[in-house]
Write a protein that binds this ligand. Structure first.
Ligand code: ADP
Ligand code: MG
Length: 675
């Protein structure tokens, strides 16, 4: 007897080889197999008349064999000519067995399904899925045949056989019920694997898929809520207000906090005073001023004799944070240190000892902070900047270095509200929703290849005015495969052509080289910095007023917005020039237009979601973490809006359904470790 937890090997026809291949798709149990949904369907319900076949489509054809031959072209092939009352058509095989050839005789009937293409003898079907009949067959009984996203040599035909067997387990399995045309989850799942072909099929399939996706979104939300509930019962060291060092920093800053900074700082300090470990997301557009808010949190921790870890996604950014925090905190007697991957062994050991002994209060670092050798004497607060670059697991690793430290996660990527509610349901959220005063709005222009030379002279003019320019390329060096300007080439061109002092920074340079160039740019010794997208995150040079993005058509909206945020940080008017090259896709054109017409990160994020889906927003792409197994955020994000309210209602009114949803997605497949 099969049950959901049975290993796929228990299904008839799945041997060790198929099992291994399924394993590569993440399918281990019968339940995994059922949650592996078809990506599309072949309509095998009706034969297409032979005369109306067209290249580029897939079709079911039925005809009588009127001729078989084996022309000797460049490659030998088997050609089978068919006819029905409307016309003629032929099937072709390049590989065939003798038995196959013998089975396809003149006079018999063939029904075949496949893609139609242009061949040397007109349109044809190559290696179709076919059956032979001795007489004219009746109407097709095959209906809609699911096609599975598969790889590693697993055909949809075999997948269909296996899922047929697996579907039996749904008969007495309790799954969730929700208001929908498919109230029962099991019915929706069954329909997706075995749809009935009628005129409503497309619509019913859509409804069934939505039902399944909604169930999956709900499971995610419910797990996060449960985690949050559990989190609220934990106890850690409260960090109450003590020495007033915060006020001291405030008065030495030289600027006033914006109301949004003041509000979010209060929210965070309130969390820290409690004995429940803080778990807060601090969201704010680029340049909104998150760092100073984090600094107040750090001060609070140090006042309570605790240590703080601040994690940044790149060395450039870690160094910048180190500088900023040193500048702000050292005058208060707080000791700040830096640990990055490029510290030499001896220096690193020394730094580690200082951390372990508690000689450093605040430690800024990159991934290097995760390493086991780094131990803290008393870690009470972990601050993670630019959260989308790190995965959940890395965050947890850092958390485990203390005894339930408070956690502050900062992200510059504005996340649309609907997504925040559902996807960060385990965190409290603070939003800095205004920029510091006096910021110049950044003028954004979209320019084509014809204007390139003018842009270059404009860069020179910008240097003459004593201001600095970023010139961002999407490639490091010329690439035969990719037609785009490369940073090294542009740098060489500028050095020859411009009188401005130029610098080059890209991801393949080592850390020392990179930070030397960044330091020179910061100090104003370099006027034009040619860079790859390594400078995307967090770099702060107020005198840089011009951002040129070469081949802007190749970058995503979120990334373009981040890059643009590198300018407009000082008091001078700033501009962002988006240079495109042919060809520009329609979506790329819309991205550039969105950016030209808006400076509002949240608006841009919403638009990004519409245009592409939030893979980058959620960071699943960078970290390789697969957030969902059925849901596709790009396509299904609009369903998330109802997840939070529906989930909350289920939590209070229908624990039975909650249990079933969690069983479906979390417990049964054993996929998401409940971190
Ligand atoms: P982000 O939110 O992108 O991390 P930062 O914290 O780097 O932004 O702040 C960007 C710049 O704005 C920094 O130079 C910072 O010192 C400055 N800044 C922050 N808050 C204010 C404020 N309230 N008034 C003026 N300048 C501010
Ligand atoms: Mg920042």
């Amino acid at each position: 007897m099969l049950d959901p937890a049975s290993h796929v090997g228990a299904i008839k026809g799945i041997g060790p080889k198929a099992e291994e291949r399924l394993g590569r798709l993440g399918i281990e149990t019968v339940w995994d197999l059922l949650l592996h949904l078809p990506m599309r369907y072949e309509d095998r319900s009706k034969s297409v008349p032979l005369k109306s076949l067209e290249a580029g489509q897939e079709a079911l054809v039925t005809g009588q064999v009127v001729g078989v031959d084996m022309p000797r072209g460049r490659r030998q092939s088997l050609l089978v000519h068919l006819t029905d009352e409307t016309g003629y058509f032929h099937l072709r095989w390049f590989h065939f067995s003798r038995g196959q050839r013998d089975g396809l005789r003149v006079g018999c009937w063939v029904r075949a399904y496949g893609a139609i293409r242009f061949g040397s003898d007109g349109i044809e079907m190559v290696h179709p899925d076919y059956r032979v009949f001795s007489d004219e067959p009746g109407p097709s009984t095959e209906g809609l045949a699911p096609v599975y996203p598969s790889s590693a040599g697993l055909t949809s035909k075999r997948m269909r056989q296996w899922t047929s067997d697996a579907l039996v387990i749904l008969d007495d399995l309790g799954t969730s019920t929700l208001e929908s045309d498919f109230a029962n989850f099991a019915d929706a799942l069954r329909f997706l694997h075995r749809p009935t072909a009628d005129e409503n099929a497309a619509k019913r399939l859509e409804t069934a898929r939505k039902r399944v996706v909604l169930d999956e979104f709900l499971s995610h939300y419910l797990v996060l809520r449960r985690r949050r509930e559990r989190h609220k019962t934990l106890e850690t060291t409260p960090l109450p207000s003590v020495a007033g060092l915060g006020r001291q920093l405030l008065s030495s800053l030289g600027f006033h906090l914006t109301p949004a900074q003041a509000r979010t700082t209060t929210e965070i300090l309130n969390d820290l005073s409690a004995s429940t470990p803080m778990m807060r997301l601090l969201q704010g557009d680029v340049g909104a001023g998150k760092t100073i808010v984090a600094a107040f949190a750090a001060i609070r921790a140090v006042e309570n004799e605790g240590q703080v870890a601040i994690m940044a996604p790149t060395e450039v950014l870690a160094e910048q944070h180190f500088e900023t925090f040193s500048r702000w905190l050292e005058p208060l007697g707080i000791r700040v240190g830096l640990i990055t991957g490029r510290l030499r062994a001896a220096a690193r050991r020394e730094r580690q000892t200082e951390v372990a002994d508690g000689d450093l209060d605040v430690v800024v670092g990159t991934h290097a902070l995760f390493q086991d050798e780094v131990t803290f004497r008393q870690l009470v607060l972990a601050i993670v900047d630019e959260q989308h670059r790190f995965g959940v697991h890395q965050r947890m690793q850092l958390r485990d270095k203390g005894h339930l430290p408070h956690q502050l996660i900062m992200t510059a990527t504005p996340i649309p509200r609907t997504l925040t509610m559902a996807l960060y349901a385990d965190m409290d959220v603070s939003v800095i929703d205004e920029l510091p005063p006096g910021r110049q709005t950044i003028q954004t222009r979209v320019l084509g290849p014809a204007q390139r030379e003018r842009v270059i002279s404009y860069v020179e003019a910008n240097s003459m005015r004593g201001q600095q320019t970023y010139w961002v390329c999407t490639l490091i060096e010329d690439d035969d495969e990719i037609d785009a300007h490369a940073a090294e080439t542009v740098f060489a061109e500028f050095e020859a052509k411009l009188s401005s002092k130029c610098g080059l920074v890209h991801g393949r340079m080592n850390g020392d080289q990179k930070s030397a160039v960044m330091a020179a740019f910061k100090a104003g010794e370099i006027a034009v910095l040619v860079a790859t997208t390594v400078i995307e995150v967090g770099v702060d040079v107020p005198n840089a007023t011009l951002m040129v993005i070469d081949n802007a058509e190749r970058l995503g909206l979120a990334q373009l917005h981040q890059l643009r945020g590198r300018v407009g940080r000082g008091s001078e008017a700033s501009a962002c020039l988006l240079l495109w090259e042919h060809p520009v896709s329609e979506v790329a054109r819309q991205r550039l237009e969105t950016l030209r017409s808006s400076n509002d990160g949240f608006k841009i994020a919403e638009r990004d979601l519409e245009l592409r889906g939030p893979g980058d927003i959620l960071g699943t792409r960078q970290t390789g973490e697969q957030a969902f197994r059925v849901a596709d955020l790009g396509r299904d994000a609009h369903l998330i809006g109802e997840v939070a309210s529906l989930g909350d209602r289920l939590l209070t009114e229908d624990p039975d359904n909650v249990a079933k949803i969690i069983a479906t997605w979390v417990e049964r497949p054993g996929r998401y470790a409940d971190v």
